[in-house]
Ligand binder design. Sequence first.
Ligand code: CMP
Length: 200
Amino acid sequence: MDIEAVKKEKTLVIIKPDGIQRTLIGEIIKRFERSGLKLVALKMALATPEMVEKHYTVNSEWKKNVGEKTIKAYEKKGATPPSMDPIVLADKVLSHLKKYMTSGPVVAMVWQGMHAVGVVRKITGATEPLSSDVGTIRGDYTIDSYQVSDTDGRSVRNLIHASGDPVEAAAEIALWFTDNELHNYRLFAETVLYDANFGV
Ligand code: CMP
């Protein structure tokens, strides 16, 4: 494992239109900021449907993963999913996402630091708010389920998108930000968080 790369890992977070409308921008940023991660890029943007499709398909496995996750979530609750074909489910999810993610501005940001992808996903909580743990952003600040969103014919409203792994993060960051928009600076707190000799 390249420890120096792990210490500098980057991840993309998008506050979705429901997060903006619930006036949770500050609260969400606070949760990530106080973890020790460093904010290195931030913008408000109105996405296009093309951008949303590109964003969700940077990972070629995305459709399969989303479809399978949805089927498992239904089965765990003893419910029947709308389809047993992951790709059919994912195609529907993607078409709903194109409407939802373009319904208003979003806030995109890049967080950097040790294990940034995993830390951000832990703070964010599980995709379906019904299953997100208390203490996570989705668990504390919203309520929704696949069953209700799928029946309503819309995206599950879960406030935030967070990259799934470092490779996906790199591709998503390149989609939303130019290299010039990514800032390179040091926080004083990094001495405590990262320096091997601190306190020795
Ligand atoms: P996100 O973390 O952005 O990744 C994919 C998004 O698709 C997810 O959050 C939800 O907003 C949405 N989503 C995933 N599965 C479903 C589903 N079964 N029904 C509705 N929306 C979904």
